[in-house]
Design a protein around this ligand. Sequence first.
Ligand code: SF4
Length: 359
Amino acid sequence: MPGVYISYPFCSQKCSFCNFASGVSGPDTIARYRCALLAEIRAHEWAWQPETLYFGGGTPSLMTGELLREMMAAVPCEGLTEVTLECAPGTVTPEAIALWKECGINRVSLGVQSFVTKELRQTGRRHDAQIVEREIEMLRHSGLSNINIDLIAGLPEQTLASMDESLGWIESLSAPHVSLYIFEIDEDSRLGNEILLGGQRYGAPRVPNDELTAQLYEKASQALRGFGYHHYEISNYAHAGFESKHNLKYWLLEPYVGFGLDAHSFDGHVRYSNGDTFEAYFQSAKPPQTTSDSAEEHFFVGLRLLDGIEPTPLEWQRFAEPIAKWESAGMLERAGTRLRLTPPAVLVSNEIFQEFLNV
Ligand code: SF4
């Protein structure tokens, strides 16, 4: 059953590490976006009933009740089993929770990133560990206990000791799902750009080097597994039964439709993506399409799952060379008819995946 993604790209601040199409906008842009988004959803011809709905962004927990209700009225909701809302800590209130529950939201993803105040302030975040603790308690008390916590390895000021502090909170809060990312240095985030330019802003000189970032990631990954989380995707860990049904659709190459700024869609054969600037999104009557090479995608996307993939006979043949190369390097392994990443490969997965393109 397919999924639906809706982007709400507005935030109360632009975090220094963020490379998403999101940020702070004025009321005119927000109002215009609201109209365009609702029009896009209402114009969609639904050929199927969605199973999952994911509000991402941005900070969709800042959406008004009116907009949330209008969107839920525009999406066929009868078959939904998982409805996720991304939340910035500090936006969870009893009133907001009541609204989210009324609208059918049953999973909350908290963009915590770190539990260490010094690290959070450096990135522009305003919450602290106590706020996260209070909000998780509030969510659980109201019955919204399917919670994800996002964590990042590689933030400015981060040390092995400060990662320990964050992991201590993860253990005691015991949310059923954790996403662990590595900060990517690219020109799409202010911090990444500053590092590439050799500048001093946003704590750029205090970003851990590659070696320490790898240690931070390893430490966190090992601790999460020790706390009883199942590492099921490169960046995702869950208690049994709490894997993200929506995100699994991306990795299993199941269809989904995306609405809003920079939203992507996949109908099983063709990929579409909306504009990633407001100008492009407001103007594009029809998003650009790209046909996908299903064998490449099977490897490029499917190998993100730690269970790996079951290549077809033709795929074994076509990708024999890169498979042999990474097997002998100890980065890929066979398990029966399946092919999967080995634990050390997780840190260099992008390099591995690249070799399955244009073969
Ligand atoms: S990290 Fe989240 S809250 Fe921060 S700017 Fe990006 S989307 Fe907004």
